[in-house]
Design a protein around this ligand. Sequence first.
Ligand code: PSV
Ligand code: MN
Length: 388
Amino acid sequence: MPDRNTVKAALTEQRIETPSWAYGNSGTRFKTFAQEGIPRDPFEKLDDAAQVHRFTGAAPSVALHIPWDRVDDYSALGEHARSLGLRLGAINPNTFQEEEYRLGSICNPDPAVRAKALAHLLECVDIMDTTGSDALSLWFADGLNYPGQDCIAERQQRLSEALRATYGRLGEHQRMLLEYKFFEPAFYATDVPDWGTSYAHCADLGERAQVLVDTGHHAPGTNIEFIVAFLLGRGRLGGFHFNSRFYADDDLMVGAADPFQLFRIMHEIVRAGALQDSANVAFMLDQCHNLEPKIPALIRSVLNVQEATAKALLVDGDALARAQRDGDVLGSNAVLMDAYNTDVRPLLAEVREDAGIAPDPIAAYHRSGYAEKIIASRKDGTPAGWGA
Ligand code: PSV
Ligand code: MN
């Protein structure tokens, strides 16, 4: 059986990055239901992120989306993060909300549009230099709605060119994560539709280009842990965007739709020793809380990742290896299920108490009065959303 103290130590060290955009208003294609107390700028988003970290002790960094989080002075934003015990995490360029990008960004048939998109990617590396962020997190909404709309093969060439130029601009301690998504917003063909395409482009570029797995971006039934195991084996798993999907890219709280899948993913991570910081796998959330209040939803998401991780750490690796070697199909499955079926909440409560944190972070957040405070103090101004 895994040693209890080793499991606790691993849980104490686990870090999960929250996305700045999860603190702002969001919605579906049909409607955004505004909430009260929403941050009005990136500084206030960090204030809210600090609450998630305060009550979980596990969320010390925040990913930014540019231009949603554009500020005049990124050093000041970084300083604000530091003053809250946070740091700025992955920088996410946005090449999908401007008129010019109607037919794509770096894959667009028009060289002038491609140049604009590339300039934005390079600008984001400049921002990384200032914020000290180590990851450029790329997702392209590029694709086609109709057969014949553009040349699929030429678009791959254009993609390669822009990725190469961006990769060449990265500093020694910076890396590029390439996210894939099998559909949306384009419905006939997507330029980076799957992990294989992302992997091939990353392999062309070099070691500091890695695949980003957004758990919501797969067809129903996809075996995501297989993808994770494969990429880990090649040193190409850059990180995750965790969320849950019931249908497509729902961006719901991680661990809500399929906690067993999250456990299976974390099992591959633990097995490969990729939980440690040295493995450089970024565990990030990419979620939108359209109905539920944002801060407790993010706390719940962090707890869900911790619970899946704790269960994965409890897998008896020796017993599993033995059963697998013996060809004991039922026995090996039982080892995994034993760990999955363990109630790890008391163990995590203990980890928190050891760290001086309340054992029930959601209850502690509600008791803190922070929600009431921001509702009262953020009455004026424009709440942040996907556009700002
Ligand atoms: C696209 O669906 C995505 O997963 C990308 O990571 C974006 O940057 C993010 O969502 C924000 O909408
Ligand atoms: Mn994502």
